[in-house]
Design a protein around this ligand. Structure first.
Ligand code: SF4
Length: 407
């Protein structure tokens, strides 16, 4: 089992040697807007006290992303939950014959989206497994009857329908897509999502969580993320923390995202998602990351990318206010309509509760669109002509959701 093959998060922290002098020097450099390198980041991960990291990361959030925390009012469209890959922590993926299989026809999607519109959602999160048509004849036949040969063609049709009939903004997360597929989907999506999860090739090795998930190989993910950059697609990515990676691999993953953004300018947010063990999976007994370890990872995301939008999902954590302290500026999508089909055992907290928690920390909670305001203002064209009218109907002058829409 991979647990014994890697350095686990708890083992890693035992390397801490409290080299506080170098920590203080690095912190000083950060406050003078110095972007730190891998070794400096690792020194912080291992040697800094958590309170020092919090002080530094919240300083940077307050400097570069002051006053407000955002969330996206969304509906989760569980379009097709079969997948050609097998990740050892996943319960989203189903097999033909499972009672919770989902292969949604356009009329079902429309019904869900219309409810979401009545409840003032702005984001239609379209989620599918990775290229299920390669593995399952059931999906191939279903698509063929509709006139499609690939799932990505069907996703494009669904997004077109959503924009045209409801004006909600699609944000598709359909796995590692080709540049041509991304080019097509860009026309009908406000932004797109692809988690890097980790840049570690070790996690794709024998007995590791991504051994049977070719689409999770970092080379494949990086290629798709770079294609998003070449196509000017506002892109959400992030890390899955606690699946057997080392702190070195966390830091390398964050630096890789930073360099993709330096090359293309297209990463709109970085999700820091903590692994949560699920019954019935090969990793059901693998321990969740400790809060200390996860908070260090989140702090490092802010420290390595001071101006980036950094998100922690509020449904996967206790005491969510602690993540405000550690430098996040976004809670991600919260749905008043559907469950989180990837983490169905973790309901989203009510938006009123998130609002209270945020305001107790002296910050304002505001609803954002699935595309961040800076991608609307920027001179480069990140948004297709097809999507622009819906954004104009929903956005206020700040590029956030119009207050009048939410009433
Ligand atoms: S690629 Fe996604 S849906 Fe498929 S098994 Fe892995 S986590 Fe689950």
């Amino acid at each position: 089992m991979f647990i014994s093959q890697g350095v686990t998060h708890n083992d890693a922290l035992m390397r801490c040697d409290n080299d506080l002098e170098s920590v203080v020097k690095i912190m000083g450099a950060i406050k003078h807007s110095y972007l730190i390198n891998r070794e400096q980041a690792l020194s912080l991960f291992y040697d800094a006290r958590l309170e020092q990291l919090i002080e530094c990361s919240s300083y940077l959030r307050n400097k570069f992303r002051p006053s407000i925390l955002t969330y996206s009012r969304k509906v989760f469209v569980n379009l097709v939950n079969l997948c050609r890959d097998t990740c050892t922590y996943c319960t989203y993926k189903k097999e033909p014959g499972d009672t919770t299989i989902s292969m949604l026809d356009p009329d079902k999607v429309l019904t869900i989206i219309e409810v979401a519109k009545r409840l003032r959602c702005t984001e239609a999160l379209i989620v599918t497994g990775e290229r299920p048509e390669i593995r399952y004849k059931e999906v191939r036949n279903w698509l063929r009857k509709k006139g499609f040969s690939t799932l990505s063609e069907y996703v494009s049709e669904i997004c077109e329908m959503i924009i045209k009939k409801t004006g909600l903004l699609p944000h598709t997360n359909a796995g590692s897509l080709t540049k041509q597929e991304l080019y097509t989907l860009r026309e009908t999506n406000a932004s797109m999502g692809l988690m890097l999860e980790s840049s570690s090739t070790r996690l794709s090795g024998k007995g590791m969580p991504h051994e049977r998930a070719p689409s999770k190989h970092p080379k494949v993910r990086i290629k798709s993320l770079a294609s998003c950059g070449e196509l000017n697609i506002p892109t959400t990515t992030g890390l899955l923390v606690g699946i057997g990676e080392t702190p070195e691999e966390i830091v390398e993953s964050l630096i890789l995202i930073r360099s993709l953004h330096e090359s293309f300018g297209h990463i709109q947010e970085v999700i820091m998602q903590n692994f949560s063990p699920k019954k019935g999976t090969a990793m059901s007994n693998y321990p969740a990351p400790t809060k200390d370890y996860f908070m260090r990872a989140v702090a490092l995301a802010r420290i390595l990318m001071p101006t980036m939008n950094i998100q922690v999902p509020p449904n996967l954590n206790e005491r969510i206010e602690d993540y405000i302290d550690v430098g996040i500026n976004d809670w991600g999508g919260i749905s008043p309509v559907t469950i989180d089909y990837v983490n169905p055992e973790h309901p989203w907290p009510p938006i009123d509760f998130v609002n209270q928690v945020t305001s107790k920390k002296g910050l304002l909670l505001k609803a954002r669109l699935p595309v961040y305001p800076e991608f609307l203002k920027n001179g480069r064209s990140y948004i297709s002509q097809r999507v622009r009218p819906s954004i104009e109907a929903l956005a206020n002058d700040e590029g956030l959701v119009k207050e009048s829409y939410l009433i």
